[in-house]
Structure formats: structure tokens, C-alpha cells
Write a protein that binds this ligand. Structure first.
Ligand SMILES: O=C(O)CCC(=O)C(=O)O
Ligand SMILES: [Fe+2]
Length: 387
């Protein structure tokens, strides 16, 4: 197995832009604040209520366009999801406990065969600078299926998708239930969003060659949750002042990513983040960087590369990064959050359009590739670049 160990199946380093689009994505973005010349503006996500989202007869295309379309930032949030607030808290509060388990215990939760795409992963991925990322620890699992297949050839071919979950049954028994419950809820809400994305995308396409996001995601066995824990800032920030000091610029590789609002803690007590500049940043198509905010009670969704390609650019992938808090007040501040990467099945045949501007060279002339093959080719591409 390759010794380079980025979790590339979920997220790929960001190359921008392959070809500049003609439309500005920030045309309709409402700026909340822009304090100094140096600090990028803060933007509130486009928000849709759960009641609206679950109404299949509602035409949400204007909102989808505003959030995900060519002039949007590629992120929108869903409010008032029943049960969400407590499921988010239950899981995010477990992140520091997991990260503080003894080294031996954490080691038992590691899975090198999947390039650390199941179980615990710390210091295995690389930062933009090429140094190992010790700033955060991650715990990966498929919240829907513990063992997607028992077929050895598949497990060997696609270890990051076909491997099995690893749960800390003895040391943190609550993790499995909390992880699965939140992951399943974010998936269910994401499926409703996918339905409305399809309606929006269908309007603009003469022929819809793929069956649409909702159907593709519905039959997938590849969804992956990632519980993230950013260690207290004091010892760790060595990426200096940069915008991406906690998590480097990248676009997610799959279809749709659900994201919780992060939970900040110091000395085991929940706090609000002491630095307004810390948090999630997104880059617009015109290269404008904005800080993105949404409510604690909202689930945010971002578009991944596969959706951008299959929708022929109507739904745009979202370049993003995370900035760490700075200053004296930031000492001892830790951040926990959860991402659900919704992605096609490894066996899903993707029909690529004749012209794509992401990873064009990987797509065969007949335009047909499974998602698993596509991922492997991407892994090869990035590993050869020795990221
Ligand atoms: O920490 C965050 O808020 C974002 C994490 C992220 O972008 C990822 O895991 O792909
Ligand atoms: Fe991401």
C-alpha cells in the first residue's frame, strides 16, 4: 500500500481554476460585514427551511440557483430539521473524548489498508506545505453500512470504500450510535436536497444522461462520515497567518457534503469562538474569498466535484478551507465538527459529458467510468504528484 496517506477519496487538494468561467459567482451574494481591508467579507449562507425542502411540489430552483448555481458560492444551509440539534451535540461532544483516548487505543482504531479512510486518522494526511497534518484528528466511518461488501477482490480494489467500519466498542461505546444517527439524518436531508437539485439541473439540460443526483446517491454504499477534531490551537499552528491554517484549500471529491456548524470548547467547556476571523472560508468562481457563516441549528451542504462534472457545471463545486483562531484568547481552543460525504457507489457508471474542465485527462474517450475507477485514477494522479 502506498505510504502517502491523504484521505483523497473524500477530498482532493484544490487546483484553481482549470478554466475561468464567464459568469461571476458572487453577483447575488449578500455581504454581512467587511471589517478591515485585509479580512475577507462574511457571508450568510442561502438558507432553506426543512418544511420547504420536504415539499416535493415546491419549486426551490431560485434558491438552489442562488446557493449552488454558477453565481452562487456552492454552499447552502437547511434550517429547522427535526431532531438535529441534539444529534449534533451528542456527536460533536464525543470528538475531544475520542481524540484524548490513549495512543494505544487510538492505534487500534487505525486502518492503514484503507489509507486511513476508516477509523482514526491523525498525522497521515498532508497540509498544503507537504508537512503531515497533525492539527486535527479524524474518525471516518460509513454511517449507513458497517460492511459494504465481503468480496475480497473489491476490498482490495477499493479499500477506502469497501472496507469495514471500526468502532471503539470498549473505550467509547456511545460513538457508534451518535455517529450513525447524525450521519443518517444528514443523509436523509441531503437526499431531499438532491431531489431539488435534480429539478433545478434538469431545467438547464437538454438531455439528462445520468439519472440524477438523488437516484445515484440513493443506491450508493459509499457514503462516508468524518468526525473532525482540531486540537487546541496553542501548540500546533505552524501554517502562520494563512487563511487555511486549520484545513487547506480543497474541493470535496464526491457529490454533496453535509456539514455541521463547528463546536468550540476550552477546558471541556463549550464556548463561542473567540476569533471572528476563524472558521470556514469559501472561494468564489471569480477568486473572491469570503468567510461563510450559518446557524448552529442548520446543516450546510456543499457541492463536490463529481456533481459539478455530471451537471455540466450547473451545480458548482465549492473550494473551501478552515482558518484557526488567533491571538491570546485562542489558547486552548479546540474545534469539533462533522462532515458527511455523499458520493456515488463504487460501481456507479458515470457518464461524463464530452467537455469537462475537471480532470479531463482521466476520462476515456467513450466518457464512461465507474466512480470507483474514477477515484482510483484520481488517487494515482495525486500520488504521482507526490503531494
Ligand atoms: O472542518 C470543517 O469545517 C471542514 C472540513 C472539510 O472541509 C472536510 O473534511 O472536507
Ligand atoms: Fe471539505
Amino acid at each position: 500500500m502506498n505510504s502517502v496517506s491523504q484521505s483523497l477519496c473524500q477530498r482532493l487538494p484544490y487546483r484553481w481554476p482549470p478554466s475561468p468561467p464567464s459568469v461571476s459567482r458572487v453577483a447575488s451574494i449578500q455581504i454581512m460585514s467587511s471589517s478591515s481591508g485585509l479580512q475577507p467579507p462574511t457571508v450568510r449562507t442561502v438558507s432553506i427551511s426543512y418544511d420547504q425542502l420536504k415539499d416535493k411540489s415546491a419549486d426551490l430552483s431560485p434558491k438552489i440557483e442562488e446557493g449552488f448555481g454558477p453565481s452562487g458560492l456552492g454552499i447552502l444551509s437547511i434550517s429547522n430539521v427535526p431532531g438535529y440539534i441534539s444529534l449534533r451535540q451528542n456527536l460533536l461532544r464525543l470528538a475531544p473524548r475520542l481524540a484524548n483516548l490513549s495512543e494505544d487505543v487510538r492505534k487500534e482504531l487505525e486502518d492503514p489498508a484503507s489509507r486511513y479512510n476508516f477509523g482514526w486518522s491523525h498525522g497521515k494526511e498532508k497540509l498544503g506545505s507537504g508537512k503531515p497534518d497533525t492539527l486535527k484528528g479524524s474518525f471516518y466511518a460509513n454511517p449507513i453500512i458497517d460492511t459494504p461488501t465481503r468480496e475480497p477482490s473489491l476490498i482490495q480494489r477499493y479499500p477506502s470504500y469497501c472496507g469495514s467500519n471500526i468502532w471503539p466498542h470498549a473505550t467509547l461505546p456511545d460513538l457508534e450510535t451518535a455517529f450513525k444517527a447524525l450521519g443518517k439524518l444528514i443523509l436523509d436531508v441531503g437526499m431531499l436536497l438532491a431531489y431539488h437539485c435534480d429539478r433545478y439541473a434538469l431545467k438547464g439540460m437538454k438531455v439528462f444522461e445520468n439519472e440524477g443526483l438523488e437516484r445515484i446517491l440513493h443506491r450508493s454504499r459509499c457514503h462516508k462520515g468524518r468526525l473532525l477534531y482540531y486540537f487546541p490551537a496553542e501548540h500546533n499552528i505552524h501554517e502562520g497567518d494563512s487563511m487555511s491554517s486549520w484545513c487547506g484549500w480543497h474541493t470535496d471529491h464526491g457529490s454533496l457534503t453535509g456539514l455541521t456548524c463547528a463546536l468550540f470548547m476550552r477546558d471541556s467547556a463549550e464556548i463561542s469562538c473567540p476569533d471572528d476571523a476563524a472558521g470556514l472560508y469559501v472561494k468564489s468562481r471569480t477568486g473572491q474569498i469570503v468567510k461563510v457563516v450559518y446557524g448552529e441549528e442548520e446543516i450546510a451542504y456543499q457541492i463536490g466535484e463529481t456533481t459539478e462534472v455530471l451537471s455540466r457545471g450547473q451545480l458548482c463545486a465549492t473550494p473551501h478551507c478552515v482558518r484557526a483562531p488567533k491571538g491570546d484568547e485562542a489558547t486552548g481552543v479546540e474545534r469539533s465538527t462533522f462532515a458527511l460525504f455523499m458520493q456515488p457507489d463504487w460501481d456507479e457508471k458515470l457518464k461524463f459529458p464530452p467537455v469537462v474542465h475537471i480532470h479531463q485527462e482521466l476520462i476515456p474517450s467513450n466518457g464512461s467510468l465507474t466512480f470507483g475507477e474514477y477515484t482510483e485514477k484520481l488517487l494515482d494522479k495525486y500520488y504521482h504528484l507526490k503531494m
